[in-house]
Design a protein around this ligand. Structure first.
Ligand code: MLT
Ligand code: MN
Ligand code: ZN
Length: 304
């Protein structure tokens, strides 16, 4: 299995257009050691040349341009993207679908609640149907393995996660299974396993089971502190937990949770621009180094 990290930032990207927090200002002026990042998305392949796009971020056009394997070059209109799999209906994970409208056809796999959100609250599906042949494929029940046409050697499975539906969704404060998913991708030949969970509010039994068995965990690293936006001086902000993201630090936080699972290589993704770990010289980043936890960056490639 090949994994390309197309984007590694949370909603807003890094730097965010209207943000002058220490990180955003620092990356703009070059005064801190860091790298700019686009909004989170992965491309997965079994080595056969076809790719599964996991989430379609608003930055997808630039992400495809930066990842030449997604553009094979012939015939006159072509793509290496076989299908798009959505982990939730959040704006930073779905609005890139609009930038794929020039295709002839598009296959999108998603849960029933995500399909509802993208049909009613944010009606991307009815809109896209006017541009191309849109094939929305319901995901099988959580835990049931499936494959995507064109990528037969990747065994896929979803895991229902405790997180948050988007602010526009009727499920925002009324969670339903399938509002937020994690993805388990196993290479049918090597048997090696990736667990991807960019929006994770709690490590419950199902998530613990996956973390115990994964070879690589690409996992929610949105915020260091629960009140990180307020600490950055941003007024009226929500806390990380209210947005469905378990903060990294503190009692019961993601770092404490991850320490229970020695097996996987641990890589944080969906990093918010306010997170001190983006500064490679920060004490928080040194703490991650000490724990053996990595921070995803755009262009990162993994092989399993
Ligand atoms: C989230 O992950 O909580 C959302 O992407 C936030 C947002 O849409 O700005
Ligand atoms: Mn997000
Ligand atoms: Zn910022």
């Amino acid at each position: 299995m090949l994994v390309h990290v197309l984007g590694s930032a949370a909603g807003g990207g890094f730097p965010q257009w209207n943000c002058n927090c220490a990180n955003c200002a620092g990356v703009r002026t070059g005064s801190i050691r860091t790298k700019a990042r686009t909004q989170s998305s992965l491309a997965l392949s079994d080595g056969g040349g076809r790719w599964l796009l996991v989430n379609a971020s608003p930055d997808v056009r630039a992400q495809i341009a930066a990842c030449p394997v997604l553009q094979p070059g012939t015939p006159v209109r072509a793509t290496g993207i076989a299908a798009v799999l959505l982990m939730d209906a959040q704006i930073d994970h779905v609005t890139g679908l609009l930038s794929l409208r020039e295709g002839r056809a598009l296959t999108v796999l998603c849960s029933a609640p995500v399909r509802e959100d993208l049909s009613v609250g944010l009606p991307l599906f009815p809109v896209l149907g006017h541009y191309l042949d849109l094939n929305v494929v319901p995901l099988p029940d959580h835990g049931t393995a499936f494959v995507v046409a064109g990528i037969p050697r990747l065994r896929l499975r979803t895991v229902a996660l405790a997180s948050k539906a988007p602010p526009y969704s009727p499920h925002r404060d009324d969670p339903h299974p399938g509002d937020n998913l994690g993805l388990v991708a196993e290479d049918a030949v090597s048997g090696r396993r990736l667990f991807y969970a960019p929006g994770l509010g709690a490590v419950d039994g199902a998530v613990a089971h996956e973390l115990a068995q994964a070879d690589i965990a690409l996992i929610d690293g949105t915020c260091w502190h629960d009140d990180e936006l307020a600490r950055a001086g941003i007024t009226g902000p929500k806390r990380a937990r209210q947005m469905g993201h378990l903060p990294l630090a503190g009692a019961g936080g993601m770092l404490e949770q991850l320490a229970r699972f020695p097996r996987p290589r641990k890589i944080l993704i969906h990093i918010n621009n306010t997170n001190p770990i983006l500064d490679e010289d920060s004490p928080e980043r040194r703490e991650l180094d000490r724990l053996g936890i990595e921070v995803a960056e755009d262009g990162m490639e993994l092989a399993l």
